[in-house]
Ligand binder design. Structure first.
Ligand code: M6R
Length: 366
């Protein structure tokens, strides 16, 4: 049932070109530049009028929420807050009429997320679910939403569910932005075309499995690791760090790269690997100078960069290359090598990657 792979985690990472396509299928028509998401069509006017969107989730799904915050604010011009379900539910949260909640959950059964959205619903918010498991509790509580269609995820670490969440959230964001006319027709078509290219680009990233495994070999004895990214890639840094912790038990932290100077740089010495998510965007130059600062302190730099980047390889100890993509789309690509990196580090350390110690696939108790 592992389809020839040694572990479910690896199988699920490799399934992503297909699962992302499954999420886009029937919804995205890149040729005509149109998006149809049946679960939200009836709510488009209401969503477009929302004064505020609150995204509620836990763990990896919360990271998908953070990426969505950047994308929705940029394209739909609606203010977004991203909340840990466990914090939101106990905070007597302020919900105004016209607020909209997006609940993100692979399982649809996470206890804190369920209670949080039930409370918000009682206070009159509209709930949109971005859920993987069809017919799950969160899907049933939600009035509107989109399934991620990633198929059953067996590995405890979320991989294909995360990229499915990002794909579904991108569809929803671009659809709303188009409806609200907060992006031009031309930009909408461009984003649709870029989104359609994602499965093929993920396929190309997966071809680097062997070189990512070689990089993993150089990191396997580390006791700590730092992941840095900015903008759309800041949440990817958080996700890279969470994946590494879960799968290899290496202590890892994710930070926005510019925050490095406000504390974490004190950790840097020859033993600390720093993984930069540094694909081309407005921050690229700044992130390159962060890398130089790490090198100057003898840290080890691993960089996720775009094909054709000629500067970074001279600075970094290891590079992973990603096909060029629009910066809004990039996070869905950039997370894939980080999943593989964690997998190979976990395997090299003899960890049970499909069932890490102390973790449950879905956290149905608070
Ligand atoms: O099923 P959910 O998406 O609601 O689960 C949320 C988290 O428990 C989950 O993402 C968890 O952090 C995973 N172990 C991450 O790999």
């Amino acid at each position: 049932e592992k389809g020839g792979y040694d572990h479910f985690m690896l199988k699920e990472i490799f399934e992503q070109p297909k699962t992302i396509l499954d999420c886009l299928r029937g919804r995205l028509n890149a040729e005509n530049g149109t998006i149809q998401v049946s679960g939200i069509e009836n709510y488009l006017d209401e969503i477009s009028k929302a004064n505020r969107i609150i995204i509620i989730a836990c763990g990896t799904s919360w990271h998908a929420g953070l990426v969505a915050e950047y994308i929705i604010e940029e394209t739909c011009r609606i203010p977004v807050e991203v909340e840990y379900a466990s914090e939101f539910r106990y905070r007597n949260p302020i919900i105004h009429p016209g607020d909209m909640i997006i609940a993100i959950s692979q399982s649809g059964e996470t206890a804190d997320t369920i209670v949080a959205i039930e409370k918000a619903k009682e206070q009159g918010a509209i709930i949109m679910g971005i859920v993987n498991v069809v017919g799950s509790s969160i899907a049933r509580i939600s009035q509107t939403g989109a399934y991620t269609h990633a198929g059953p995820e067996i590995g405890v670490a979320s991989t294909k569910a995360f990229t499915g969440q990002l794909a579904a959230l991108m569809l929803v964001a671009f659809k709303i932005a188009h409806h609200k006319q907060t992006i031009t027709e031309e930009r909408y078509r461009e984003l649709c075309a870029e989104l359609a290219l994602v499965p093929g680009k993920v396929e190309k990233i997966l071809e680097q499995n062997d070189s990512i495994k070689a990089i993993a070999e150089t990191l396997k004895d580390s006791s700590d690791a730092l992941f840095l990214g900015r903008g759309y890639n800041f949440p990817i840094a958080l996700e890279g760090a969470l994946k590494l912790k879960e799968i290899s038990y290496i202590h890892a932290e994710g930070y926005p790269a510019a925050e490095m100077k406000h504390g974490p740089i004190a950790l840097v010495d020859e033993h600390l690997p720093v993984i930069f998510i540094a694909t081309k965007d407005i921050y690229h130059e700044k992130i390159v100078s962060n890398m130089q600062e790490i090198k100057a302190r003898k840290g080890r730099v691993i960089a996720v960069i775009n094909e054709g980047d000629e500067i970074t390889p001279a600075i970094a100890d290891g590079v992973i290359t990603i096909p060029e993509a629009d910066e809004i789309i990039a996070p869905i690509l950039n997370v894939v090598p980080l999943q593989l990196l964690s997998y190979h580090i976990g395997i090299a350390r003899g960890c049970n990657v499909d069932m890490p110690r102390n973790l449950a696939k879905s956290v149905t108790v608070e």
